[in-house]
Design a protein around this ligand. Structure first.
Ligand SMILES: Cc1cc2nc3c(=O)[nH]c(=O)nc-3n(C[C@H](O)[C@H](O)[C@H](O)COP(=O)(O)OP(=O)(O)OC[C@H]3O[C@@H](n4cnc5c(N)ncnc54)[C@H](O)[C@@H]3O)c2cc1C
Length: 467
């Protein structure tokens, strides 16, 4: 590998966050067949928030969580730590499904969900390092700047108030917050908090247990049907069964083509020296992303490293992925190079760790929350790359749906949404690979030509993918 990596560089091992936090001791597996009121499948943020809110509302309910590996093993313990208000799907699709006011309500509900998640983390003792300094989107080419301007132009019609929910930053304004090379313009929104994903998910799991929920680890659910989850250790019979598997949904019988498991990969540097830190000039805890088609998401960690993620190798034939998050050399190199492009003062910094995780991508790229009172089956997911805050809202929504309450959040347009299945292989692989090649080419051409228009190959790719 030609990337500049540290001598003790780690590739995989779930994630830097889990590695740094240290895995909590393994919880017991399901002892055999049991009965419960609610069985939740998957101990990521979706499953844990659902358990948390259900048990808070109805302490008498017997709620159990069934987890194949350990709580926080999936995307929830691997992500970029953007607790952001970005809705997990496209405004126009939600507006088409439920009308513009409902789509606006979803956007506004995402703002409150950021506050709600931070408040719970602080009240439950896992919010010590959570900082709500907002989110910066930065354009580093003229074409990105045009897209950024166009996005800002649409925000008021999506319910965002200029000055309150977002504000444009000139390169000079941006420079006061962080020094990004070749920045052409940016915007900042206050609706985002920085989290350490493993610290957050492990803390949430402990909070859920304190409420009296049992989390069974090392317990694989093989299929789900009304009132029963079949596992490798016996059946769990329950009135309500919540499926919260996101990128792992394909492991359940009959659900292989429901979500495409897309890889997202990250690298993190060693701790910055004072000189390197000064060259970056990032004193706040804002999260940051660029506006490239293969976009990069970045955080300055609480211990002064730069963690940057992106698509890397987005999809493997047959929906396969590496369990431990081992990342292809080419992706490590690309992500490391992007750090230096954005922050040239870090040209000598070494990478400490790389890892990958899987996102759940529905065919229409929009998340959904579903509950069928007739069968007691519920699920939430398909957040693509924006689920950290969405899982909180999904958890509260599933609570209301399961308890039979009609509330403002059960009327949001992502409730009762199902997309059609993905195509069979090899079509799925050809489409995903071709799309991301087109996006990569468009990014390169936009940098090379300096033109202010989105490159044609990305426009065609958007049309085909429906993104
Ligand atoms: C690298 C990366 C970076 C990301 N960055 C961000 C970000 O900065 N901001 C943001 O908003 N979103 C981000 N996301 C997306 C976000 O992390 C997810 O949307 C969110 O964590 C989904 O949570 P979940 O609980 O639905 O799924 P997961 O966290 O994936 O949980 C699913 C759980 O199910 C378990 N499981 C799997 N199969 C079975 C089975 N058969 N039986 C029982 N249990 C099973 C898994 O072990 C796992 O613990 C990122 C994702 C990745 C991978």
């Amino acid at each position: 590998m030609s990337a500049n990596v540290a001598s003790n560089f780690v590739n995989g091992n779930v994630s830097f966050w889990v590695h740094q936090e240290g895995r909590p001791s393994q919880r017991p597996a399901l002892p055999g067949p049991i009965e419960a009121d609610v069985a939740i499948v998957g101990a990521g943020m979706t499953g844990l928030w659902t358990a948390y809110y259900l048990k808070k509302a109805r302490p008498d309910l017997n709620v159990v969580v069934l987890e194949k590996e350990f709580a926080g093993f999936g995307a929830s313990g691997r992500n970029g730590g953007w607790l952001s208000a970005k809705a997990p799907g496209q405004f126009r699709r939600y507006a088409k499904a439920g009308g513009v006011p409902a789509a606006v309500a979803l956007e506004r509900e995402m703002f409150s969900s950021v506050r709600e998640a931070v408040d719970v983390a602080q009240a439950e003792g896992f919010g010590e390092h959570v900082v709500r300094d907002g989110l910066i989107h930065v354009a580093t080419s003229e074409a990105q700047h045009s897209r950024l301007r166009s996005e800002i132009g649409k925000l008021p019609s999506h319910g965002w108030v200029e000055g309150e929910d977002f504000q444009y930053l000139t390169p000079a304004d941006l420079d006061e917050r962080v020094h990004v090379a070749n920045a052409v313009g940016a915007y900042w929104s206050p609706h985002c908090a920085r989290i350490n994903p493993a610290e957050f998910t492990f803390g949430l799991a402990r909070a859920v247990e304190r409420l009296g929920v049992t989390i069974y680890e090392d317990t694989t659910v093989t299929s789900i049907e009304p009132r029963v989850a079949h596992t490798d250790r016996g059946d769990v019979r329950a009135q309500h069964i919540v499926q919260a598997l996101e990128g792992y949904t394909l492991t359940l019988a009959g659900q292989r083509r429901r979500f495409l498991p897309m890889n997202s990969s990250m690298v993190v540097t060693e701790q910055l020296t004072d000189e390197q830190f000064a060259s970056v000039g990032w004193n706040g805890a804002e999260l940051m992303g660029d506006v490239a088609h293969n976009f990069a998401y970045i955080q300055r960690t609480a211990d002064n490293r730069i963690a940057l993620g992106g698509r890397g190798v987005p999809y493997n034939f047959g929906s396969s992925f590496n369990r431990d998050g081992r990342t292809a050399d080419v992706a490590v190199e690309q992500l490391g190079a992007r750090i230096v492009e954005l922050f040239p003062g870090l040209r000598d910094v070494k990478l400490a760790h790389s890892w990958s995780g899987v996102l759940g991508v529905p065919r229409d790229w929009c998340a959904g929350v579903n509950y069928d009172p007739a069968t007691g089956l519920a699920d939430a997911g398909g957040y693509v790359g924006h689920g950290v805050t969405g899982t909180n809202l999904a958890g509260r929504t599933l609570r209301d749906l399961i308890l039979g309450e009609s509330t403002e959040i059960t009327r949001l347009p992502w409730v009762g949404r199902a997309a059609r299945n993905w195509e069979f292989e090899p079509l799925r692989w050809i489409a995903a690979t071709a799309l991301y090649a087109a996006y990569r080419f468009a990014d390169q051409e936009e940098y090379r030509t300096g033109q202010d228009k989105t490159h044609i190959s990305a426009r065609v790719a958007n049309l085909i993918s429906g993104r």
